[in-house]
Write a protein that binds this ligand. Structure first.
Ligand code: C5P
Length: 229
């Protein structure tokens, strides 16, 4: 089965408080995106990867990826103004033979290789899958005035992660429909689910968190230094 990775990396890292794009943030001697892509190389899923990056930084990304992954074909292209837009642009660059599409945030460098494989299998079996972890905190659904509306049963709440993995036709249709309807989501599995199609939840680990704030970056460095990630 021909698989292809899309790694949205076009975020500017404003919440990280950095002057450079988040994907280029330095993490114990290696740029964040290099660490994340290395997990996909270990999983045998790096060849023909598509990387939507900030439009102003394409040469920097191309140079960096050529240096760390020589001989691997990785396509860097200009991302969009939202993650959803960046993924949509990435989908347009997919090869015609691609059957399964992996979508993984550049900002999640500690994704386990077995979660990558499990998500591919689940997408092949069910059409769509997302890695997720059972919620540790009780999740509250608030109303627009910040009053509690309801408390979903914690045994059924999960925190969303990536990879989110799809049969190519399924994710193409989901993005086409979301765009036509003006629907904006924060992840890709939600775009599939809103069409009524099943999305399998694949068990992840808390270590596969998304680096967002300066505290996250400090925690990630500590995990690497301590040999925990
Ligand atoms: O902003 P957030 O942390 O949710 O971004 C998740 C991923 O989406 C990051 O890897 C980021 O680089 C990417 N992204 C993107 N295009 C945007 C915004 C975010 O590819 N316009």
């Amino acid at each position: 089965v021909k698989t292809q990775l899309i790694m949205p990396a076009a975020g500017m890292g404003l919440r990280l408080g950095s002057s450079r794009p988040k994907a280029l943030a330095e993490l114990c001697g290696l740029p964040l995106i290099v660490r994340t892509l290395t997990r996909f190389r270990e999983a045998g899923q790096l060849e023909d990867a598509i990387v939507p990056a900030p439009a102003s930084q394409l040469p920097q990304f191309e140079k960096l990826l050529a240096k760390h992954f020589p001989g691997v074909s990785i396509q860097v292209l200009a991302g969009g103004s939202s993650r959803q837009e960046s993924v949509r642009i990435g989908l347009e660059a997919l090869g015609a033979q691609t059957e399964i599409v992996l979508i993984h945030d550049a900002a999640r460098p500690f994704v386990p290789v077995d979660a990558i494989h499990a998500s591919i299998q689940a997408a092949a079996d069910h059409g769509a899958a997302t890695v997720a972890v059972p919620a540790i905190d009780t999740i509250l659904l608030g109303d627009t005035n910040a009053f509690l509306e309801s408390t979903p049963d914690r045994a059924r709440t999960w925190a969303c992660q990536t990879p989110q993995t799809f049969q190519a036709a399924v994710i193409r249709e989901a993005h086409t429909r979301a765009r036509a309807d003006g629907f904006k989501g924060t992840d890709d599995a939600s775009l599939v689910r809103r069409l009524g199609k099943p999305v399998k939840l694949v068990m992840g680990v808390r270590l596969n968190f998304k680096l967002t704030t300066p505290e996250d970056l400090a925690y990630a460095r500590m995990l690497i230094q301590e040999g925990l990630a």
